[in-house]
Design a protein around this ligand. Structure first.
Ligand SMILES: CC(C)(COP(=O)(O)OP(=O)(O)OC[C@H]1O[C@@H](n2cnc3c(N)ncnc32)[C@H](O)[C@@H]1OP(=O)(O)O)[C@@H](O)C(=O)NCCC(=O)NCCS
Length: 181
């Protein structure tokens, strides 16, 4: 099984909207995704399996800090380590771009996502009360020291069920040009 991580272009909009529908609390519509493609600091990554988009991650990167706005995988590929591999691939890429710290918000009830962030070394640094507009849920703010994460994660083997490392590291030229595969 080979998963490929890459930057996405606007052509992926219908797929992004489709995958967002698999999120437990879908908050992003086509207009919001489209806006992200016009922001200079926005970076939109996807993970593909046999050509089909199975997940995405959206972040903003400014100088040496990045903020993750959203990460979603299709339901049928969750819970097998792909989220961790995908997120680490993006962290590794951001590290190469000079990003030193990554922050994000996560619903206090989202145990799997909190587990994922915790596994990569994100630590809770704050609480935003009533942060989510759909149900008033609080958000935990988490922060990652990118260099420490990269050093630690490179010492760990890729899980056997992933089959082979994500193609991302071999595809830096397409990543750095900002185009899609
Ligand atoms: C959050 C998400 C991206 C994680 O990806 P994933 O492939 O399912 O997660 P992984 O299999 O890589 O597991 C990551 C960690 O969570 C743990 N985990 C996975 N599924 C779990 C479950 N059902 N219950 C508890 N822990 C779980 C894993 O054990 C792993 O921790 P470990 O490395 O310490 O063992 C994915 O589940 C998803 O798209 N969820 C819906 C959208 C969402 O909630 N996004 C987060 C927005 S902040």
């Amino acid at each position: 099984m080979d998963y490929i991580v890459c930057r996405l272009s606007k052509r992926a909009l219908p797929e992004l909207v489709h995958i967002e529908q698999d999120a437990p609390h879908p908050m992003w519509n086509e207009r919001l995704f489209e806006q992200e493609f016009s922001h200079a600091h926005s970076r939109i990554y996807g993970v593909r399996f046999e050509g089909a988009l199975v997940g995405f991650l959206i972040c903003h990167a400014v100088v040496d800090e990045a903020h993750i706005l959203n990460i979603v995988l299709k339901k049928n590929v969750r819970g097998r380590g792909l989220g961790k591999e995908f997120l680490f691939s993006v962290i590794d890429e951001l590290h190469k771009l000079g990003i030193k710290r990554i922050t994000l918000e996560v619903r206090v009830s989202n145990e799997v996502a909190r587990c994922l962030y915790d596994a990569l070394g994100f630590v809770p640094v704050g609480l935003r009360k009533n942060y989510y507009s759909d149900n008033g849920e609080d958000a935990t703010v988490m922060s990652l020291n990118v260099r420490q994460c990269v050093m630690r994660f490179h010492q760990v083997d890729v899980p056997s069920h992933i089959g082979s490392p994500l193609g991302f590291l071999d595809r830096q030229s397409s990543v750095s040009t900002g185009g899609e595969e």
